[in-house]
Ligand binder design. Sequence first.
Ligand code: HEC
Ligand code: HEC
Ligand code: HEC
Ligand code: HEC
Ligand code: HEC
Ligand code: HEC
Ligand code: HEC
Ligand code: HEC
Ligand code: HEC
Length: 459
Amino acid sequence: MGRTFSRLALLPLAVIGLGTLASCVDETIVFRDRELFEEPLAAANSFLGYTSTDDKLTVCGNCHIGPQGEWEETAHADAWNGLQDSGHAQPFCEGCHTVTELGNTVTEVSGHSATGEERYQDVQCESCHGPGLTHVTNPEDATVPMAAMDVGLDLTQGCAECHQGTHHPFAEEWTESGHGSVIGYPAGRESCEGCHTGEGALEMFGVNTVYIEQETVAQDGEHLAITCAVCHDPHGSDHSGQLRFPIDEPSEELNLCMQCHQKRGTPDPTSFRGPHSPEGPTLLGTAGWWPPGLAQPILSTHGSTDENPRLCAGCHVNSYEIDDQETGEFLFNATGHRFEATPCTDAQGLLVEGPCANDEKTYAACTDCHSEAVALQLVDQAELSIEADIAELADLLDTVETTMPGEFDDSDARYTVAEGSRFNLELAQTPGAVVHNPFLIRALLDASIAEMKEEYNLP
Ligand code: HEC
Ligand code: HEC
Ligand code: HEC
Ligand code: HEC
Ligand code: HEC
Ligand code: HEC
Ligand code: HEC
Ligand code: HEC
Ligand code: HEC
């Protein structure tokens, strides 16, 4: 077989009448003195649930000790108690808080919703992977119960089957976000996949795994968007929110968002291209073309974990309640999964697609630190503070372009003051740049203006 299962603990498999797995010689073998599972009721539809409900040992987790260990620490493993302790538990709540047909490819009523048995309490492995009877009875067979990476908005599988609805519309918001599509992605360009496709991102993150869409993604040139399980580790992690990387590290190497949002923050002198997702380096104060004499970095307020512990997510991933502006009645919980810091709203207070004027946006995401009114004022001020510089630099660049076109010769090896200044102008104009780091953007614009005047003898 040529594969090792270092994360598997193999059992005395005769207990459940399996063949031996003699070919797997180098795993840890864990002997347990109890049966893996009791035969499930026919109505359960081959779902197995817990071996032991008390210590939350899933049947799967007897062998897959890695995922079992991580999963035990997650909210999924406590979903039943969470529901009961809420004081609002009703039968119709149970489907998403137990092992059922929700979250996997099974569509008929199964597991807990068919039997009400304790062994199916909580969101277990099979909630996402589907029923395991066939696999567990013969693990060497090719019939591995795989989970979906895709979000499953058709509501037949995936995280969306549970993480949707007015109380937690993660899936609905995500679909409307930039991460919910792969529109910017030019087909077939491998160098772009790591950040622009879900499967590419998993590879870039070093996640070597199997999932339902893997074959189609590889074969048909189809692509996964930046789905839930790209950012969240479905089995659990040491970071908040089960994220694969932390959000509270001011570092391009470590921060979740900065894994991708840092493609070109500083100019690549061999390319005429401008900034490309420069948000990470802008927040950290290193982005831009730096004329001599400017000392790096120029730190931003919100790039400091003292001022803004959750960094990018502190503004872009926040949940808050949306109430009807007129009646004050609860409409829904925004989950922050549009990833917009200040989304546009309509008169009722509902989030709508932009663009829109600053005063038509909601600043609810900022209210841990600023009132909505102050946040709006600060944004207006930041934008105003670079308006004149932007106009002046654009004029200078126009003058040079008409009188000295050679200064913009992208094919020569020379990286001119004009080319550097053009980069800085484009950086200042990327959406959000001046909120991300007004000090940096102002310093770069000022330095570019001074350099342009000196280099090209302009008034
Ligand atoms: C009796 C031990 C045993 C149990 C219980 C078990 N598995 Fe497995 N599982 C295996 C073995 C062995 C393999 C490797 C088989 C192969 O690749 O052909 C495997 C492979 C897998 C894989 C593919 C992993 C990979 O890297 O290719 C998934 C996914 C999986 N199992 C999920 C589950 C789920 C979900 C359950 C519970 C319903 C479960 N397993 C229960 C032994 C077990
Ligand atoms: C069967 C329904 C179901 C499926 C499928 C499901 N979840 Fe959940 N999830 C829940 C429930 C219920 C909770 C809340 C448990 C609690 O707090 O009591 C939860 C909690 C979470 C949390 C932690 C929230 C917190 O407050 O700490 C994360 C993160 C999460 N889910 C991500 C995912 C991802 C990613 C997927 C898909 C790979 C997924 N879930 C699939 C039902 C589900
Ligand atoms: C459509 C699936 C679904 C249904 C139905 C559902 N829940 Fe949940 N529930 C979830 C998900 C997903 C989460 C995690 C949401 C999050 O982290 O924001 C959750 C979380 C919770 C939590 C934990 C919140 C917390 O802050 O830890 C409680 C309590 C809860 N639900 C109670 C209920 C009650 C009571 C009902 C029935 C009135 C219900 N749920 C019905 C999917 C569902
Ligand atoms: C919230 C949904 C969800 C739950 C719960 C879940 N998985 Fe997974 N599982 C996935 C997804 C999605 C993948 C593919 C992405 C990945 O590996 O991170 C996966 C991959 C796997 C794999 C193959 C890769 C690997 O990590 O070895 C195994 C084995 C596995 N899961 C076993 C389990 C077991 C055992 C449990 C319960 C202890 C479990 N899963 C619980 C969604 C889930
Ligand atoms: C290091 C990660 C990374 C790589 C590699 C990468 N991109 Fe991007 N790209 C991003 C991020 C993040 C955004 C969105 C942020 C933004 O709009 O500022 C983006 C935005 C874009 C957009 C604009 C999309 C829109 O909706 O506005 C285009 C077009 C694009 N990239 C093309 C490419 C091409 C072509 C390649 C390969 C040559 C590539 N990208 C490689 C991270 C990357
Ligand atoms: C681009 C990355 C990204 C994607 C994609 C993403 N999330 Fe999140 N999610 C986050 C971040 C960041 C947080 C905030 C975590 C924190 O503050 O600890 C979060 C929070 C959550 C929480 C609440 C966790 C908690 O501890 O309260 C749930 C539940 C959740 N996400 C589910 C989903 C689901 C379901 C999807 C897909 C529809 C999804 N996420 C897609 C980044 C992402
Ligand atoms: C796996 C790579 C990846 C990760 C991780 C990631 N993003 Fe993105 N993000 C992208 C890409 C690619 C786009 C552009 C999608 C498009 O327009 O085609 C994007 C778009 C966005 C946009 C919308 C830009 C637009 O043009 O609409 C925002 C805002 C954003 N990301 C914020 C975040 C935040 C905050 C985090 C961390 C919680 C994060 N991203 C994590 C790749 C990523
Ligand atoms: C002070 C709050 C704040 C922080 C911190 C922050 N942003 Fe922003 N960001 C904004 C605002 C405000 C905008 C303007 C548009 C909007 O509301 O989305 C914006 C715009 C963006 C855009 C362009 C969206 C579009 O519509 O094209 C992307 C992408 C982005 N931010 C990603 C990030 C990333 C990645 C980080 C962390 C490196 C980050 N932001 C940190 C507030 C913030
Ligand atoms: C975790 C706290 C925190 C959050 C969340 C936060 N800010 Fe700030 N912000 C600060 C602090 C601290 C300052 C500096 C002191 C001041 O001006 O109030 C600041 C200053 C600013 C400034 C002035 C320029 C600068 O960078 O110092 C702008 C503009 C701004 N914030 C916009 C926003 C917007 C827009 C949001 C929401 C999308 C937001 N902030 C969310 C803490 C925060």
